[in-house]
Design a protein around this ligand. Structure first.
Ligand SMILES: Cc1cc2nc3c(=O)[nH]c(=O)nc-3n(C[C@H](O)[C@H](O)[C@H](O)COP(=O)(O)OP(=O)(O)OC[C@H]3O[C@@H](n4cnc5c(N)ncnc54)[C@H](O)[C@@H]3O)c2cc1C
Length: 425
């Protein structure tokens, strides 16, 4: 029997990991189409990347492929907690039981690309960059792609997977063509990427911790160490309320960061202040769909079908978990995609809808609830240690230090989530 040809749109973490899993199975040929250039051949464009923290759910999906978790770990920094800084210079450490792998999104993509190209020949795998998917014709089973010179190419598929991120073209086509049940929302938070360098002779900010500092008005900076000298992160603020929009010079930007984020500002150079000034503001789109497939040959995974806010850093973990679950379902249904696709929607929808609630409402927005949150964290951990049967682990400990299904985590902490939700109305 001829190999099944799967076309994957989007060479992000989800699309590339799916290619790895499918090619491990007998009887598959995979083509991946990516709108951007090959990141291995182009200089790193800093404003398009940001650090991703991977915990057990994401790591588990990498671990099942021999050598892959290690390859990602080799390019990651291991972090075992967060330090919440204050503008006054004080700080509070929040340790984690299990460590997270911190890896830049682009680095993770490059590891996956290298892994694939080391193992598979062009008979089994084709990855085409600079190919932007513009049309899906589900009746004819064709896809159209546009190249940078304007040339349009058409490809046929047996099965197509949309792994093309939060602004998925495939999802958009399905919404237009078959009224695919899905809603897309622009969340109130927007961000600019930040890149800082620590001195070689001793890092003032611990290199095994995530660093955050919250200001009033929902402005915050989060920095993640990458190796011993680099800190990559984001300045987050309410959309259309950038705290630096009023400044026109790099000197003003530097002065703002040094005054409001003193520990971070001490590491900022005038060049980085200049880059921050001109870097575009990135808006975050969330996606909520009522199914993840259409018919027996169209599947959506990752951000394309369940993008969430980055507030608790689970988007990529859950995107990788999609692939891991999908692979298990292919096993269960002997690669019968007509059975596997609806089974995948049934299994994943309650999980990613729960994740959406957790992402939107785990972290409180007002000052009073932040104080309650810290009290719950401290008291909750003590009570859980003493009376584990009566007091479940703290919410963030379940999100970051366990692989409990998101729906279970939500059930256990629904009261807190409802409280935060009510405070936002
Ligand atoms: C600031 C920030 C911090 C984050 N931190 C974390 C974190 O700590 N932990 C975590 O788990 N998650 C985090 N996330 C979320 C995480 O980045 C995403 O969930 C993850 O990248 C999703 O992977 P994906 O492969 O589904 O989509 P993407 O990473 O968006 O990849 C989609 C790919 O498809 C390509 N594409 C798009 N349209 C087309 C088209 N028409 N044709 C061809 N190709 C196309 C894109 O160029 C891209 O390469 C964060 C997100 C942000 C914004």
């Amino acid at each position: 029997m001829a190999d099944r040809h799967v076309v994957i749109v989007g060479a992000g973490p989800a699309g590339l990991l799916l290619a790895v899993y499918l090619l491990k199975r007998p009887g598959y040929r995979v083509s991946v189409f990516e709108q951007r250039a090959d990141p291995r051949l182009t200089p790193q464009v800093q404003n398009r990347t940001f650090p991703i923290s991977l915990q057990e759910r994401g790591q588990q999906a990498l671990r099942s492929i021999s050598g892959l978790e290690q390859a990602v770990a080799d390019r990651s920094t291991v972090c075992n907690g967060t330090i919440m800084h204050q503008a006054s210079g004080k700080s509070r450490a929040i340790p984690r039981k299990m460590s997270s792998l911190m890896i830049d999104r682009l680095q993770m993509v490059m590891v996956l690309l290298q892994f694939l190209s080391d193992q598979y020949s062009s008979d089994q795998l084709v990855i085409q960059f600079n190919c932007r998917c513009t049309h899906l014709n589900s009746a004819a089973q064709t896809l159209q792609f546009e190249q940078p010179d304007g040339e349009v190419i058409t490809h046929t598929y047996d099965v197509v997977v949309g792994a093309d991120g939060a602004r998925s073209k495939l999802r958009e086509a399905l919404v237009e063509q078959v009224n695919f049940p899905c809603e897309q929302t622009l969340i109130p938070d927007a961000y600019k990427s930040v890149f800082l360098t620590q001195p070689e002779d001793g890092a003032p900010l611990a290199v095994d911790k995530v660093h955050t500092l919250n200001l009033p008005n929902n402005v915050r900076m989060m920095l993640v160490p990458q190796g011993n000298t680099q800190l990559n992160g984001v300045l987050v603020f309410k959309r259309d309320h950038s705290p630096i929009a009023q400044y026109n010079t790099k000197e003003e930007i530097l002065a703002f960061v040094q005054e409001n984020f003193p520990r971070f500002g001490a590491l900022m150079t005038l060049d980085e202040a200049d880059a921050l000034l001109s870097r575009p503001v990135a808006n975050v789109t969330t996606v909520r769909c009522q199914r993840f497939h259409e018919g027996s040959n169209i599947l959506l995974i990752g951000d394309a079908v369940h993008a969430v806010s980055a507030s608790i850093g689970q988007g990529c973990n859950s995107a990788l978990q999609d692939v891991w679950v999908f692979n298990q379902l292919l096993d269960q249904h002997q690669d019968n995609w007509s059975q596997t696709l609806p089974a995948f929607s049934d299994q994943r929808i309650p999980e990613v809808h729960a994740l959406r609630e957790l992402s939107d409402y785990s972290f409180p927005r007002n000052k009073l609830l932040v104080t309650e949150f810290i009290l719950r964290l401290q008291l909750g951990r003590i009570l859980n240690r003493w009376f584990p049967k009566r007091f479940p682990p703290f919410l963030f400990d379940l999100i970051f230090d366990s692989d409990l299904p998101y729906s279970e985590v939500l059930k256990i902490h629904q009261g807190w989530i409802n409280k935060v939700k009510a405070s936002t109305r």
